[in-house]
Ligand binder design. Structure first.
Ligand code: NA7
Length: 534
């Protein structure tokens, strides 16, 4: 097979989450010969790997679903914020309805991908020994495919069980009666904590930075209710492409500083009562750009949370008087009863800023001032977001350049889709696109449509090779940095800034506007795919 110049497939997609599945559907419709490969045994992407108790999405439906009429007209949800099991079932429904199964190789990991320069095609080595070739390589790995486990001395001596939230065993772990140490209080930590608190003998939560969590306000959904609601879906799907976050709502046009105290508080209260991410995305125009405006939001959040915590010392740890970082510059997760669990006798909070972890031994976690017995350690410690999964795919471009090497000095990518020196490769939902900021399905569809149109354009022109021009790549990378510099995001040590991974370059890893991004991509397409050398 090594000398072949005709590829097995027009394109290989890697990843069966929202972006990969959408691409598969669109490219097949356009008549391309496609293979989709995923290491997971089932479609669902993030919802395959994240199956810890309590794992659920924090963008509500119908925003968090495909806008394809064949899908939403034949599907109804049971909850406004569905859990991982329902999301997995949804993905099976999508694959059944769109007849995607024959084009998918699940349970198969891409071990490496190398661009064969003479033949202008990608050669992929799969685990199990197979090799496949494709004209185009389309990684669609999501931003959170590479879990991060901190390097804590002694983990290898721990005699109990441990796992990362995104590598929860498929057979599950029974939390009842366990002594659980949970490290990390991001979105995943909050969700696990709420579930574990129900039945653990002891749940000890290790917090480095308090999460600024918002009320979810979960709702059950009925089939009859959705019949009526669905009349509004097409407008919602159209609307979500016109916003910065890919939701149906946008930030206000007003500054928090130009309204009266009463008006400001009334708007905060309105958002708080509506629940979900609205307090983050439907707030005043300058909430994420002006410290004073941001401080109003933080103070409102803090006072609301403190109403739910009786012990003042605990309140100071969970909702400090002074903000740990500007509100919303780390992802505010959604909670259901997070602040109440700490009143339970079986739940304790350890503040790692006061007493850092020193080591793990056979049956405990030791901090500077204490030791905490456990038979299960859960790492809810996040991801090497944006780049981790792509680097693990061992992608090699022109001249033997590896992607890890190409990103040595930081992430760079034209339009967040294409890296110079890696011809015929486009990633969807990758770094320097809106991915981590945006509602997943909105971003997946915008990028999926654009990639499909680009491949059609190449086919029409008989073009077999493209590469991002270095200047176009540099300019886009700078545009993302400049967009970040206009916000408060650089002030937080967040995964948005790459600051959660030791040695990762500090830079904003996502573009902060879906609608702005879509406009640039449209403009590039209108101008004969400017910035790509063909
Ligand atoms: P996140 O949001 O990255 O959260 C990771 C958490 O783990 C966070 O509280 C971190 O504290 C903590 N962490 C990370 N490293 C350590 C070490 N070494 N010691 C102690 N604590 C640590 O990941 P999630 O899985 O919760 O959520 C990821 C995204 O999925 C989320 O944003 C949504 O978009 C869905 P820190 O804040 O860095 O001090």
């Amino acid at each position: 097979m090594s000398g072949k110049t005709t590829p097995d497939y027009d394109a290989v997609i890697v990843g069966a989450g929202f972006s990969g599945i959408y691409l598969l559907h669109k490219l097949r419709e356009a008549g391309f010969n496609i293979l989709l490969v995923d290491a997971a045994a089932q479609p669902g992407g993030i919802w395959y790997w994240n199956r810890y108790p309590g794992a659920r999405v924090d963008s509500q439906v119908p925003l968090y679903e495909f806008s394809l009429p064949d899908i939403w007209q034949t599907w109804s949800w049971t909850e406004r914020f569905p859990g991982w099991e329902e999301l997995r079932t949804y993905f099976r429904h999508v694959c059944d309805t769109l007849d995607l199964w024959p084009h998918m190789r699940l349970g198969t990991r891409v071990e490496s991908a190398r661009f064969a320069e003479k033949a202008s095609l990608w050669r992929l080595h799969l685990d199990g020994g197979d090799t496949v070739t494709a004209r185009f390589l389309l990684p669609a790995l999501g931003f959170a495919s590479k879990p991060y486990v901190p390097d804590i001395p002694g983990l290898d001596t721990f005699a109990g069980e441990w796992c990362h939230t995104a590598r929860w065993p498929q057979e599950g772990i029974d939390l009842a009666g366990r002594k659980i140490c949970l490290i990390g209080t991001g979105a995943s930590g909050v969700q696990v904590a709420q579930e574990a608190a129900k039945s653990a003998d002891r749940l000890t939560l290790f917090q480095r930075t308090p999460i600024l969590a918002l009320p979810m306000r979960q709702e059950t959904m009925t089939e009859e209710g959705q019949v009526c609601e669905k009349q509004g879906y097409p407008a919602i799907f159209e609307q979500r492409k016109q916003t910065s976050g890919g939701f149906e709502y946008q930030s206000l046009e007003k500054s928090a500083l130009e309204v009266s105290d009463e008006e400001r508080t009334a708007h905060f209260e309105h958002l708080w009562q509506r629940g979900g991410l609205k307090f983050w995305y439907h707030n005043f125009a300058d909430m994420l750009t002006n410290r004073e405006a941001n401080r109003y939001a933080y103070d409102f959040w803090r006072d609301k949370v403190r109403e739910r915590i009786v012990d003042p010392a605990l309140a100071e740890k969970l909702a400090p008087a002074e903000p740990p970082h500007p509100f919303g510059t780390k992802r505010p997760s959604l909670e259901q009863n997070y602040y109440e669990i700490f009143a339970q006798e079986n739940v304790a909070l350890v503040d790692l800023k006061e007493t850092p972890i020193v080591r793990i031994s056979a049956d405990r976690i030791e901090t500077q001032d204490g030791a905490f017995d456990c038979d299960l350690i859960v790492f809810a410690t996040g991801f090497d977001a944006g780049r981790g999964g792509l680097i693990d795919m061992n992608i090699t471009g022109l001249g033997g350049l590896g992607l890890a090497q190409a990103w040595n000095d930081g992430l760079r990518a034209y339009l967040g889709m294409s890296v110079t020196g890696f011809p015929n490769m486009l990633f969807s939902y990758g770094p320097l696109s809106p991915s981590g900021f945006a509602n997943g399905p909105t971003s997946a569809e915008i990028q999926g449509d654009w990639i499909c149109d680009f491949l059609i354009w190449l086919r029409q022109g008989g073009i077999k090779l493209f590469d991002a021009e270095p200047q176009a790549e540099t300019t886009w990378t700078e545009i993302v940095a400049q967009a970040g510099a206009m916000t408060l995001f650089p002030e937080a040590d967040s995964w948005y800034m790459g600051a959660n991974i030791p040695s990762k370059k500090r830079q904003l890893i996502n573009f902060p506007s879906v609608v702005g991004y879509a406009a640039v991509c449209d403009d590039v397409a209108q101008n004969a795919y400017r910035g790509f050398a063909t």
